[in-house]
Each structure stands twice: as C-alpha cells, then as structure tokens.
Design a protein around this ligand. Structure first.
Ligand code: PGA
Length: 244
C-alpha cells in the first residue's frame, strides 16, 4: 500500500524570500521523517528556487506545479507547458476549483491537461468538488470527474491522483465531516480503481487532520492556507505518518 500523501498548494502566495524560507523550514523539519509523502506546489515562478532547496531532501518531499498548459511549446503568451514543468516537477495540480471558477476552465480543457501530463510521465492531481451541500452532491462530483477524464485511457486511471475538494470547504474553516469525505472518496475509487490515491482538501489544519486519517476512501490531504505556515504544515505531515 502506498504512503499517505500530503500536498501543499501555496496558491498565489509568497515572495521569493518567503518561498525559500518556507521550503527550507519544511525540508529541515521533515528531513528524518518517513511514512508519509509530501509534495510542495509553489507558484510556478518559484519552482526553480524551491527545487534547489529540496534537492538534498531525498525522497520524502517532492515538487509539483499548480497548473500547466497542455501544448509542448508555441505562441501561448504567459503560459507554462507540461514539458517545462517536467524538468523540475513530478506532479501537477489540474482542475482546481479556483481555475474552473476564475479562469473558466472546462472539464474538456482539464482533460487535455490530464492527457498531456500522463503523456509526459507526470502525475496529475486532478481536483473535483461540488459548489454547495446538496442531496445530489456526490453525483455532481462523479459527473465532474468523468468529464475531466474525457478521452483518458482507463488503463491510465491508476496514474492519476484525485483530490476531492468541496468548494464550500475551501478557505472557509468549514471542513467536510470525515464520514462524508470518506463516502465521496469511496465513490471516486469505484471509478478510478481500488488502488487509486484520493485526497481530501478544504480547510485542513493541524487541528482537524485526524478527521481525515484512517479512512478507506481518503489517502491523504491537499492543504491550502495551512501549508503557508511551516510549523503547522510540518505538524500535519507528522500526524499523517501511519495515518492510512
Ligand atoms: P484550504 O485550500 O486548505 O485553504 O481550504 C485548499 C485548496 O484550495 O486546495
């Protein structure tokens, strides 16, 4: 069985100096930890800096991007391609609700990114989640998941990490109840396969992390706000050890 996974999504936060200090503190504090896998996703412009900080940290902490453009190169001003990311990262977040909302990204476009990442041996962290608590929430999540996997080969599903992030729980301090997150995670595994890695995201903190360990449907967490404080993020990682 794979190790529990903790992914830090720094979003559009940190200066160059902040990124350097934060990644150094995380690296130093997690240097001797085992039993958990950690991925830091800083803003793309700091990937090189964080990569150089992490270089000597070994296998526990690795690097991911927050977004990518599916073409390899060309006239796409301001975009960063999958092949560029590949030089520095093993993972890339795709389909985050903020990208779906603010940048109008569709399931179709997100599935293009998933396919491009897989074609380049990168691991997509595909985010899905419903906007509101409602009776049909789980069905909406599953429909969004299937839409975001358009034209992705079924045999590749096991290479994709799915992050279940209810939008109402993101940045609100109102995290999902464990049995609800577990139930959605198990439904996602019915699509992705029993061995698939499913994360929960949405107001995860060092205080509530125990709610998301030891569940059949959830194999780790995607952390936004709490990943910007080194000591809190390290605590989350430590509490995840053996948490699966
Ligand atoms: P949050 O963000 O932990 O601040 O709620 C999670 C996310 O958006 O990935």
């Amino acid at each position: 069985m794979s190790l529990p996974l903790v992914v830090a999504n720094w979003k559009m936060n940190t200066s160059l100096a902040d990124a350097s200090v934060l990644s150094t503190l995380i690296r130093n504090n997690l240097r001797n930890i085992s039993g958990v896998q950690v991925v830091l996703c800083p803003p793309n412009i700091w990937l090189q800096e964080v990569a150089s900080v992490l270089e000597i940290s070994g296998e526990t902490v690795s690097l991911g991007a927050q977004n990518c453009y599916p073409e390899a190169s060309g006239a796409y001003t301001g975009e960063i391609s999958v092949t560029m990311i590949k030089d520095l990262c093993r993972y890339c977040i795709v389909g985050h609700s903020e990208r779906r909302h603010y940048f109008k990204e569709t399931n179709e476009f997100i599935s293009e990114k998933v396919r491009a990442l897989l074609a380049n041996d990168l691991i997509p962290i595909l985010c899905v989640g419903e906007a509101h608590r409602a009776d049909n929430s789980v069905d909406l999540v599953i429909a969004q998941l299937k839409g975001s996997l358009d034209d992705v080969e079924k045999e590749d599903y096991g290479k994709i990490i799915v992050a279940y992030e209810p939008i109402w729980a993101i940045g609100t301090a109102d995290s999902a109840e464990s049995d609800y997150a577990d139930r959605v995670g198990q439904r996602i595994k019915q699509i992705m396969g029993a061995e698939a890695t499913v994360l929960y995201g949405g107001s995860v903190t060092a205080e509530n992390i125990e709610h998301f360990t030891g569940l059949d449907g959830i194999d780790g967490v995607l952390v936004g706000g709490a990943s910007l404080k080194a000591s809190e993020f390290v605590k989350i990682c430590e509490k995840m050890v053996g948490g699966k």
